[in-house]
Design a protein around this ligand. Structure first.
Ligand SMILES: [Zn+2]
Ligand SMILES: [Zn+2]
Length: 266
């Protein structure tokens, strides 16, 4: 009676997150090669053919490059919005199950996903809010800014996975060309550690038990920097588990629908 949330890996080299209940297994994003996906799922004793659906947030290859392979090789249905589907090179009518923002997607009897639009780098990106037996988890990445709608849907989720892409100082002092620095830090780029901390301060609630910081830039960030910036901001608001997802997954799972006595102590 639980929903587990397991990052298979996050970062600019590939993103995929496994959501699994007793009845349903889905991937949010599929940015790994078929072989990598198979290998990472095998560490969780799961075959790719057991995956019921893949939902793609946006077309950037670190989120989508394994989708067509997974569909062809293991016959897994791919869900995306029209723009993402088209920009992945898939036929929106025959090869994709299309969704629209704020249109609930029911997957099996015990899991539903609500895509929420976010602003990101000339893409039609969405964050995902998963619901399982009255509890919610947010998996949101690749956004340069947020609006009230996103705050509303992320508020008081039991689990929150959110990108913490870069440390501002490292980005600006680093070797990237200035145009790229501006793109990353702009309203449609990625969230800095500081912005992630601010967003979390707006959405963490009394039900929030776990937070994972994802999609850290290897060049412009470090786990201890992201963690300390966020803790500084939310220390008084949050006493749950804060962890970092790296490129080398799978990471430890987080759970919805688990009573206190059932909690796995790692
Ligand atoms: Zn990305
Ligand atoms: Zn992106």
């Amino acid at each position: 009676m639980t929903l587990s949330i397991t990052h298979l890996g996050t970062g600019s080299k590939g993103n995929a997150t496994l959501l699994a209940t007793d009845e349903t297994k889905i991937l949010l994003d599929c940015g790994f090669s078929g072989r990598q996906l198979e290998k990472r799922l095998a560490l969780l004793e799961i075959c790719p053919s057991e995956i019921d659906a893949i939902l793609i947030s946006h077309h950037h290859s670190d989120h989508s490059k394994g989708a067509t392979i997974a569909q062809r090789r293991w016959d897994i249905p791919v869900f995306a919005n029209f723009e993402t589907c088209a920009r992945m090179g898939m036929d929106p009518v025959n090869e994709c199950k299309l969704f629209e923002s704020l249109e609930r997607i029911n997957l099996g009897g015990d899991l539903s996903i609500l895509p929420v639009s976010v602003n990101h780098d000339r893409s039609d990106n969405v964050g995902f809010i998963a619901s399982h037996r009255g509890e919610r988890a947010a998996v949101v990445t690749d956004l340069g800014s947020w609006n009230d709608e996103l705050i509303r849907y992320m508020s008081d989720c039991v689990h929150i996975s959110i990108e913490a892409n870069y440390d501002s100082e490292r980005l600006w002092e680093g070797p990237y060309p200035s145009q790229l620095k501006q793109r990353i830090s702009g309203r449609g780029g990625h969230l800095s550690n500081r912005q992630t901390a601010e967003l979390l301060a707006n959405v963490v609630g009394s039900h929030t038990r776990s937070i994972v910081l994802t999609h850290l830039s290897e060049q412009n960030n470090a786990p201890h920097m992201a963690e300390s910036e966020v803790l500084l901001e939310i220390d008084d608001l949050f006493s749950g588990d804060l962890s970092i997802s790296t490129q080398e997954g799978p990471d430890f799972s987080h759970y919805l629908g688990q009573s206190e006595s059932e909690k796995i102590v790692i």
